[in-house]
Structures are given as C-alpha cells and as structure tokens.
Design a protein around this ligand. Structure first.
Ligand code: BES
Ligand code: ZN
Length: 595
C-alpha cells in the first residue's frame, strides 16, 4: 500500500483522492463538427490505498463503458446535482493500475463552444474552444475535477483535416494534412487547466519560446500587439524565478470567448477584444503570464482559496507592467482596480461575507466567488503587505514561496502559516492578516494608490463640470487609454444631457474602436439615457458579437439598473446563441430568464 499525500476537502468535487487518485491521463478523442460532440476515451494511471472504488466527476456526459486494467467493469453514476453534475464510481482492487472510460459529450456540455464560420475572423471554417475553469472540465472529460488533483497528460486528437488542434501542452506549430494531432503535458497540472482549441489557425513566433496563434487574417495584428511577450517573461523571471513551462504562447480566439484571458499552461487563451492596434490592453498578457507562477505552479487547493490564484496574479501583473512600462503606468492600472473594488464592496452591502478573501462556497456555484474581491482586494492586501515590510523582503519572500511550493496546491490556512513564519515573524513585523482575509470590507491600513496622471484627469472633470474646460479642449488632451477609461468612468452622474452630447460629438466615444473605451462609454450612455450618434445600434452590435463576460455583464447590468430591462431582454434573446455557456448562465441569472 502506497502512502498518499493528503488532499483537503473540496466540496465541489465528488472525487475522493485520499482513497484513489489519478496521476496521468491519456486522452484519445475525436471532434465531430457535424454532431458538435467529442467522443473517445480517457485512460488514467491511478494510485490507491485499499479503496473499493475510484470516483470521478462528470456532468452531462454520456458514459459508455469503463475498464480496469483492460477488463470491462460495471460503473455507477450518482444522483445529478445541477451545479456539480454526477459522480462516476468505478470498482477497483488494491493493485488496479489503469482505469479507462469511453464516453461522448452531449449538447449540454458547458465547457465546449462550437462556432460556425460566421462567428470566426476568417469566416471560412468552424471553430471549437473549451473553457475549464472553474468546474467545467468534467463536462468534456470524465475526471477528478478538483484543483488539488494534479496530473500529467497526453492526448491524441482527431479533427477535420482543414483544421488544427492546439492544447495546454506541447503544441504543433503548423497544420498537417491528416487532422491527427498528439500532445504532451509533462508537468502535473490541475484539471481546470486542460484546454483545447480547434480551428484554421496559424502560428507566428515572437521569440524562440514565445509566439502567437490566430486565424490568418488576424495573425499580423496579433503579432504586433503582443510583441513585448518575451520581455514580459524575462521581467517575470527576474522577479519570481524561472518560467517553469518552457513555452509561452497565446492563442487569440473568436470574440465569443467568455473571458479576457485564460491561463492555460503553455498556451494562454485570449479574447480578440484586446487587439486594440496600439498595445494599450496588453496588461492582460502580463496577467495570464503571471498565472504561470500564481495559479499554475502554486494552485488554489479549493475554490474557496481562489484569491490565492487571482490576488497574487494581479499583484504580479502590476509588477511586470511596472518593470516594462514604469511605476506610473502600473499605478494607473492599480487605481482602476481600486475603484472596481470600492464598487464591488458597495454591491455586496447586504452580503458582507462575500467580501472576505477566504470564501465559503459550499453548496454554491464556485462562479459566485469569481468577482473582483479575489482580484482587487487580494491585490490590495499584497500591496499593503509590500509597503509594510519593504519591497526587497517581499520579493525574497515571494520568490522563495513559489520555489518551495512549485507544482503543489495551497490552502489559505497553509499560506497564512507560511506568511507568518517566513515574512512576518522573521522580520518582527505585525500585520492585521486576519482582518484582511476573514473580515468584510477594506481594513484601515490599506495602501493608498495614487496616480498623478489620474489626478490630472480628475481635475479636468471638475473643470469640465464647472464649464471652464470645453469638450473640444478635453478631446485634445494627450491622454492614454487608461486615462480615458478613468475619465469616462468618472463622468459625474448629474452632468447635463447637453454636455454629454457635446462630449460625444467632440470625442466620438460612441464609435470608439478600443473595446475597453467602447464598453465603459456604452455603460455611461445607458446610465445617462443617451441615444445620440447611433449609440444604441453600436451597443447592440457589441452585445451581438462580443461574448466576454465582464464586458457584456457590465452592459446588461447597466440596462437593468436604469430600468431598461426590456431593452436588455430584447437584445439578449438575439445575442444569447452567440455566447458561451458561462456568459449565458451569468446573464440568464441577472435578467431572470431561462431558456
Ligand atoms: N483565470 C481567469 C479567468 C477565470 C476566472 C475563468 C474564473 C473562470 C473562472 C483569468 O486569469 C482572468 O482573470 N481573466 C481576466 C483578465 C484579467 C486581466 C483580470 C478576464 O477574463 O477578464
Ligand atoms: Zn486571472
């Protein structure tokens, strides 16, 4: 009997890894674009104590047959839970080694989004993308879907021969003419990081270890936008140690991808809405790259510890951006996050426990905990800590933390113990850690984030409101994207419609090509009941094409808040078929509709 490591209790998984655990996955699948399903087998190398069964997570999968050491065995599916899905239990013996599951996905498989050619950039071929985080990998692979169950994987994927497949693994750099692709992920990763994209893609190198995938019509723009990727990896390595995944590539997906970015190891998935033409939204790449340490190397043990992934990543993102573009730039980004945090805390006024860093998501969808508290309060905590102990000590501590815990998972409690011993006690510093982690709101000692460039924007707003600065003069300001965002987000609620109209006429925000500017402007247009310059049509077009959850939920929320829920529902009914399930589920809940 082998000694097993001990896994924390994860209420979002049916697996019992302390009894029997999968260590390696061999995935052998085919993608059927006509039926819009994946079929194949997942074969696991397992380790067990004297368990009688091994448990996997599945959701809306059709399980066909199961085998233990090549012998067919009878499996059992548990009761269906609307969030978690069903447990799959397979009988094993103490010396069982290989468990194999043949299966098919169904039309309810939430992780997958099959796109028709019209939804792609080149409009010639269909596309498939997956999204695993938080608990969706179980909807396309039967798996022990807890972040603590790290495994290595190999995959064989068959796709139509006009298309190329890429995964969070060692990848092909060009299409072959068989449609058969093989993948290898040699480092153990959490199940939510297994990812697949299939489309008519091309690759363009930035440096020997970084590059981009995109559809042909996009590849040069994407390559230009992300030209600093190698510099980002170097800056990150200088801070917290060697990049552990060899290759860092980014694939730019069609606009329905539900996130800005997703840190799939070796292959970040990204929304095309960051391709602004002027490299103004590349902090997203710094963010996903930072996850190569915080998240992918040291992983939140359960979704209650999500802030360990995202808070650390935002902190690290700001440090990378500071290293490349200076303190002022990083402080502008941090100030935007600080305002988001203040708003999020207001939103949760009747649910203060949702503003704790450590969450209790038992019985809830882990998605409920995925708001800006983990990101921006997590960041503020680490920044305050940095300002308290000094940057040198902070960096030594973090570098050592990643190094010591690489390829393992971390609970909040384990981190706090380590923090206390290795940073606070060692340097004889006292810090109100418990207030930050286990209490609501923002503690009094929070770092003050100041940006000179944002102060200039705030002064301009005051003068504009007073009438001593005209819209014309405003439009001539030499502001960068972050300053424009800050300006638009802080347009006074009471400003007259006349001034609002004059502003749009001078600055042409309603037709902005930068997606972030457009999104925050559309939100203000809704807030101010503004309908000039064809803005309604631009908003509708945006919601019809973009599926990035943060963007579209901001706009639907604005409609709802401003008593325009009927407009929201009218647009949503048409747009919903273009959205990935994670975006659709969020908006269904928000608008109280079901389909
Ligand atoms: N890992 C997250 C995306 C995510 C979070 C997916 C929770 C599923 C559940 C990713 O790293 C992320 O944070 N993306 C952000 C961008 C970032 C710059 C804040 C996004 O998608 O907007
Ligand atoms: Zn993130």
């Amino acid at each position: 009997m082998k000694k097993m490591s001990s896994y924390a209790n994860d209420t979002h998984s049916f697996a019992k890894p302390n009894e029997a655990v999968a260590k390696h996955l061999l995935l052998d699948i085919g993608v059927d674009f006509d039926k819009e399903i994946i079929t194949g087998t997942a074969t696991y190398t397992i380790e067990s104590t004297n368990a009688n069964n091994i448990f996997f997570d599945t959701k809306n999968l059709k399980i066909l047959q199961t085998f233990v050491d090549k012998k067919e065995v009878k499996f059992t599916l548990g009761a269906n839970d609307a969030v978690l899905g069903q447990s799959l239990s397979i009988p094993i013996e103490s010396d069982s080694k290989i468990v194999s599951i043949s299966y098919e996905t169904t039309d309810k498989t939430e992780a997958l989004q099959f796109l028709n050619p019209q939804q792609t950039a080149d409009k010639k071929h269909p596309f498939l993308l997956t999204q695993g985080q938080a608990i969706l990998t179980r909807t396309w692979i039967p798996i022990q879907d807890s972040p603590q169950v790290r495994l290595t994987y190999q995959a064989k994927v068959k796709v139509p021969k006009e298309l190329m497949a890429i995964m969070s693994a060692e990848n092909p750099k060009a299409k072959n003419d068989t449609g058969n692709y093989v993948f290898d992920m040699k480092q153990p990763i959490s199940p939510y990081l297994i990812a697949l994209a299939v489309g008519d893609l091309v690759y363009k190198e930035i440096s020997p270890r970084t590059g981009v995938y995109a559809e042909k019509s996009m590849i040069d723009k994407v390559h230009y936008e992300f030209a600093d990727m190698e510099k980002m990896v170097k800056a990150a390595e200088n801070l917290y140690g060697k990049y552990a995944w060899d290759q860092f590539d980014v694939v730019v997906l069609p606009p329905s991808f539900p996130f800005g970015g997703m840190e799939n190891p070796r292959l970040t998935f990204a929304t095309p809405t960051v391709i602004a033409g002027d490299r103004s939204l590349t902090s997203l790449i710094a963010h996903e790259l930072a996850h190569s340490w915080s998240g992918n190397l040291v992983t939140n043990a359960t979704w209650n510890d999500f802030w360990l992934n995202e808070g650390f990543t935002v902190y690290f993102e700001m440090r990378i951006m500071e290293a490349l573009y200076g303190k002022e730039y990083a402080n502008m980004l941090a100030s935007i996050g600080r305002q988001d945090l203040a708003e999020e805390i207001k939103n949760f006024h009747d649910q203060p426990e949702a503003t704790h860093l450590k969450l209790d998501l038992e019985g809830k969808n882990p998605d409920d905990g995925m708001n800006s508290i983990a990101y921006d309060k997590g960041y503020l905590f680490l920044r305050t800590l940095e300002e308290t102990v000094g940057r040198d000590k902070m960096d030594t501590f973090l570098k050592e933390y990643f190094n010591k815990h690489s390829f393992s998972t971390m609970t909040t409690e384990k981190f706090l113990k380590y923090l206390d011993k290795e940073l606070l006690a060692k340097n004889k510093v006292t810090f109100n850690v418990n207030d930050w982690v286990y209490k609501a709101g923002i503690p009094d000692n929070a770092a003050k984030i100041v940006s000179d460039k944002f102060q200039k924007v705030e002064e301009a707003i005051v003068n504009w409101e007073k009438g001593t600065l005209s819209e014309k003069e405003l439009s001539k300001k030499d502001w960068n994207i972050q300053q424009k965002i800050h300006f638009i987000r802080n347009i006074p609620t009471e400003i007259s419609l006349e001034k609002f109209i004059a502003l749009d006429n001078a600055c042409q925000f309603s037709t902005a090509t930068n997606s972030y500017i457009a999104m925050v402007w559309f939100e203000q247009a809704i807030n101010h009941d503004y309908h000039g310059n064809n803005v309604d049509a631009h908003i509708e077009n945006f919601l019809m094409t973009v599926g990035r959850r943060w963007y579209v939920s901001t706009l639907y929320k604005a409609f709802k808040r401003n008593n325009q829920v009927e407009t929201a529902k009218r647009i949503y009914e048409k747009a919903r078929p273009n959205y990935h399930s994670v975006t659709a589920n969020t908006i269904d809940d928000m608008l109280g509709v079901s389909y």
